[in-house]
Design a binder for this molecule. Sequence first.
Ligand code: PGA
Length: 249
Amino acid sequence: MRKQIVAGNWKMNNDLAQTESLITALKNQAKTTDAEVMIAPTSTNLWAANNALKQSSIEVIAQNMHFAENGAYTGEVSASMLKSIGVNTVILGHSERREYFNETDELLAKKVDAALAKGMRVIFCFGEELADRKAGNEETIVGNQIKNALFHLGAAAFQNIVLAYEPVWAIGTGETASPEQAQDMHAFIRKTLADKYGNDIAETVSILYGGSVKPANAEEIFSKPDVDGGLIGGASLKAEDFFAIVNAF
Ligand code: PGA
C-alpha cells in the first residue's frame, strides 16, 4: 500500500507568533486519519514548530536545504542541521526554488544525494510551465526533470522519496489541473519509474499533486488511482481548509 500524504508548504509566511497560533489551530482540527500529515514552516520556525507538535502525529518538514554538510555557504542550512532539530523530511525542487533561485536539475541531484545520505526523506517536486503544456511537451519536461535529478539513484533510495507533480501554471493561480490531467500525468510518472526500476518500486512510491488544491477540489483529485495526496500551498495557511483537504481522503 502506498502512503497517502498531505503536506502543507507554508512558503515564506508566518512569523513565530503566527506559526504558534496556526499550530494551535491545527491541533484543534486534527482528527484520526490514515494519511500522513506534514507542515513545512519557514526555517527559523522549524524548531519551535517541532517542539509544539512533539505529541502530535503532524510531522514538521523543511522547505529547502543546501547540499553541503557545512562550510562557507552564507545563509544556507544543511541536512545535519535539520536532523539535529528533529526535522527528517525536506521538500526539494519546488518550482519557486527553480525559478527564483536558479536551482537546476544538476544542483537538485546533489541536494537529493545529501538528504538521502543523512537518512532524510525527500519530497521531490517538478512540473511543466504553461507554455510546455500548450506545446504538448509536458511529459517530456516532467520525464526529464525526474530522470536528471533522480535516475542516478539505486532502487532502494525510493523508499525515502516522495514525488510531487506541481504544474507551474497551477501554483498559486487558482487554476487547478483537472483530476483527469493530474491522473494522466501521475500515471505517466509511475510508468517512467516502472520502466527504469520495475513495477514493484513504481507501485510503492507516493506521488502527490500540488497546485491550487482546495477543500472544494481535493476529494475529486485524491480519488484518482495514481494520486496519493497533495502538496498544499495557500490552503495550508488556514487550519480549517488544510484539514478539510486532509479529510478529503
Ligand atoms: P498552492 O501552492 O496550493 O498555493 O497553489 C502549491 C505549492 O506551491 O506547493
